[in-house]
Design a protein around this ligand. Structure first.
Ligand SMILES: Nc1ncnc2c1ncn2[C@@H]1O[C@H](COP(=O)(O)OP(=O)(O)OP(=O)(O)O)[C@@H](O)[C@H]1O
Ligand SMILES: [Mg+2]
Length: 204
């Protein structure tokens, strides 16, 4: 590994991103890499506004353009203040990022914005070395969510998530220059982690 690595995990709510980032972090820590585990939306000004909206609103289709703008502003800040400075540091640094522009593209297109609009808004952002899309049927994701917490957020509704999943799966076709791996995340945690570990090992 010559320079730092920028790794993204993305996918539906409840697909297992947080759990898998935690496991990857432990695995890579143990190999001596310096890890930054981070997420979008961030805790910055725009990220907080975006989170607020998710909690407050019920209609998944509302405020698409507003969401797009907040996520993009948050992303710019996240890259400039956190991700890129960490990657530039001396040593074997790995950024593990929970959601990135893949979410913005898939979610805001599902909300009704054109691919052209969402792609344009996200042009020019640093490309990760690899993006893992954790793919699960929405029914599975919703079941996991309902077991892990009480409150459901704006986008966590079956019909919306069905479209969302389809849109996530279109991303490799739309983003030919990105390295995207679709991971079958419907399996048990051990099996999902094994797939991720094998893919990661190829990059190290
Ligand atoms: N492969 C799996 N098999 C069974 N349960 C899982 C699996 N992966 C994660 N879970 C469980 O599902 C729940 C949701 O997982 P997690 O929080 O990692 O998802 P997430 O993608 O981060 O969701 P969100 O986008 O809402 O943050 C957790 O309770 C987690 O323990
Ligand atoms: Mg999570």
């Amino acid at each position: 590994m010559a320079k730092g690595l920028f790794i993204v995990l993305d996918g539906l709510d409840g697909s297992g991103k947080s759990v898998m980032i935690e496991r990857l972090k432990r695995y890579l820590d143990s190999k001596g890499y310096r890890i930054l585990a981070t997420r979008e939306p961030t805790d910055g000004e725009y990220g907080r506004q975006a989170r607020e909206l998710l909690k407050r609103e019920k209609d998944p289709m509302a405020n698409a353009q507003k969401c797009l703008e907040l996520y993009v502003k948050d992303r710019k800040e996240h890259l400039e203040k956190t991700v890129l400075p960490f990657l530039k540091k001396e040593g074997s640094n790995i950024v593990l990022c929970d959601r990135y522009y893949y979410s913005t593209l898939a979610f805001q297109h599902t909300q009704g914005l054109s691919w052209e609009n969402v792609l344009n808004a996200n042009k020019g952002f640093e490309k990760p070395d690899v993006a893992f899309i954790l793919d699960v049927p929405p029914e599975t994701a919703l079941e996991r969510i309902s077991k892990s917490r009480n409150q459901k957020e704006k986008f966590e509704q079956l019909e919306f998530m069905k479209k969302l999943r389809k849109n996530f799966l279109q991303l490799p076709e739309l983003l030919k220059e990105d390295t995207i791996r679709i991971i079958d995340a419907s399996k048990g945690k051990e099996e999902v982690f094994k797939q991720l570990k094998e893919e990661m090992d190829k990059l190290l």
